[in-house]
Design a protein around this ligand. Sequence first.
Ligand code: KG4
Ligand code: ZN
Length: 337
Amino acid sequence: MKILGIETSCDETGAAIVEDGVKILSNIVASSQEIHIKTGGIIPERAAREQIKYIIPVIKEALLAITHNSELITPDIDAIAVTVGPGLIGSLLVGVETAKTLSFVWQKPIIPVNHLLAHLYANWLQPEVPQFPAIVLIVSGGHTELLLMKNHGKYEWLGGTRDDAAGEAFDKIARLLGLGYPGGPAIAAAAEKFAMRHMPYAIKLPRPMIGSGDFDFSFSGLKTAVLREVKKNKAPSPEFINGLAYEVQEAITDVLVKKAVRAARENDVKNIILAGGVAANQRLREKMKLEINLHVPPPALCMDNAAAIAACAYFNNSPLPWPKIAAQPSLGLNGEV
Ligand code: KG4
Ligand code: ZN
């Protein structure tokens, strides 16, 4: 079964063809990140305008994997999968309305996909697919979610962030430290510079909620703690900034690893599935692997991409008539998809 996936929830415009939920035939991503780097963050209106320009060329390019004709004639696909939420409304609408139009014109079923769930399906695009039961940790720009997953479509929500998501914490703290956007890779690079110098580090930041008995997270206090350190230092040296970035990365990854591993132990589960943009973080991957059997996509597939959308649709194949498909910016994990 070949599914055309379409992803436009944030600043990426993606289209991909995936066969039987596991084999990528094409995976095209156009990003407007360069524009957002200049503005230090995403301007939603700007992102959507770029997506309107990219969407058709990106879909055409993805279709080239299965047809030599790049015109949008009825291609040899079995269904169209599209991200309906969560995400930025203007961005979501570009993908959703395009998918509905193609579904109508091509007379192909359309499968609505939850972007958060789709992130974890990047793990099915690997040679070794995850086994159930598993603990799922989704860490993206807007979400930190911990789930117990017993099968496709069968999961129990264990906890999530009470304020800033892990990716949001990286992004906001990077801005405080003058490290630019997106914050995760910027903090990771600064932390790496510090680690390579093998210097002892004096500033200790809190590990918020690390010992709480639940599976919730809170990262906004960490941002406040960093702000306090920055304010104390009137002329911060690059070493100071890199050292602080190092400690931020340690604090965030310590909490994520501790809680996910405890969730696994308490539920007698041997596997962790990591997903979302923050899953690209090397330090997080390293620390998690030391503790438990880890499934994590290669960094490029941790980021927003349409192959994960198509894979998710294959394993959660619930098509709807196109008039019932709507963008849902605040869709959660319990929302109907
Ligand atoms: O999943 P994603 O691509 O988009 C959303 O659905 O939100 O995640 C983007 C987030 C950003 O907050 C970004 O700073 C973070 O993922 N990120 C990282 C790394 N690469 C991206 N965070 C930590 N380390 C990284 N290497
Ligand atoms: Zn995402």
